[in-house]
Design a protein around this ligand. Structure first.
Ligand code: SF4
Ligand code: SF4
Length: 296
């Protein structure tokens, strides 16, 4: 993982700022201000998740949409998102919430027990509802909300699904990983320079994927959105697949087709023949390398 912050998470700083230990950005945040993700800030000298429980999006989705291909197929999840993200992907399909702050987007406060109660009610209506998915923006910016909700959900017999960019430090991953039943983690590229351009850290994401692969009881799938000019190297995909196989050859690896979005609205969709070559390369190492967003 990238160099740890010099200061303990949330500890008051003598300079009037506190340093956040939740992700590699290690933001030094002044009193009353927010960190880069817009979801954590400094209040009374400590870093707190100011967007805790601020829900912008909620829907019941099929598990396959997360995507999870080999975990309870046919089931449904109450999917919930807030606002904020610690990365800046130019192709973000959820930029309206991931790049938003509290004043930019409508949200309402939902406590963990309310969310669990809503999921239990949804399960009453439809027994295919298995639990809660933490998704849409970057859920781990408020990992305390994921942790608190997931603990309660598990105690009520619900499952927890995490969909994340994975670019978080032990402080967040260690708190959440033991509560996760299934996860899909983005592997946006297998190249540190490409990650840096997106505002993340490959080393950090690798640590997260390794930690979740090692977590007993956590089903793990990984997704690379294949974006032309960002993550379009067949060699890198093969290297990523070989590395994933070294952790666990049963990991499902999704290679997903990009369609123009946000700041890349003028770009072309990923050529399907490139995706097929990537699938072939990844399949040399993994038993389940599959394509997403390809209907041909
Ligand atoms: S989680 Fe947010 S506030 Fe904390 S270091 Fe990362 S970007 Fe900064
Ligand atoms: S990590 Fe995900 S949510 Fe954040 S900017 Fe990138 S695509 Fe959007």
């Amino acid at each position: 993982m990238e160099a740890a912050p010099a200061q303990a998470a949330g500890a008051p700083s003598p300079a009037g700022a506190a340093t956040c230990g939740s992700c590699p950005h290690a933001c030094a945040v002044r009193e009353g201000s927010l960190g880069l993700c817009g979801a954590r800030g400094c209040r009374e000298g400590r870093i707190v998740p100011v967007a805790y429980g601020r829900v912008t999006s909620m829907a019941i989705d099929p598990v396959e949409k997360k995507p999870l291909a080999r975990w309870r197929p046919g089931s449904l999840l109450l999917s919930v998102g807030g606002y904020g993200c610690n990365m800046r992907c130019a192709f973000c399909q959820n930029h309206e919430i991931s790049q938003a702050g509290a004043d930019d987007v409508a949200w309402r406060e939902v406590a963990p027990d309310e969310l669990v109660a809503a999921t239990l009610a949804a399960r009453e209506d439809d027994p295919r509802v298995q639990g809660i998915a933490y998704t849409y923006n970057e859920p781990l910016c408020c990992w305390e909300f994921v942790r608190d909700t997931a603990e309660l959900a598990r105690s009520r017999g619900l499952a927890n699904v995490l969909v994340s960019n994975g670019c978080f430090a032990d402080e967040a991953i260690g708190a959440v990983a033991p509560l996760v039943d299934a996860a899909n983690i983005d592997l946006k590229a297998f190249d540190e320079a490409a990650y840096r351009r997106l505002g993340g850290s490959l080393a950090c994401v690798r640590e997260t994927i390794r930690a979740l692969a090692d977590e007993p009881g956590c089903h793990l799938e990984v997704t690379t959105l294949v974006v032309p000019g960002v993550s379009d190297s067949v060699g890198d995909v093969e290297e990523a697949a070989a590395w994933l196989a070294s952790l666990d050859p049963s990991i499902t690896y999704h290679l997903t087709r990009f369609f123009p979005r946000w700041k890349m609205s003028d770009a072309s969709p990923t050529p399907v023949d490139l995706l097929r070559r990537m699938q072939e390369a990844a399949s040399r190492h993994l038993g389940d390398a599959r394509l997403g967003n390809v209907w041909l």
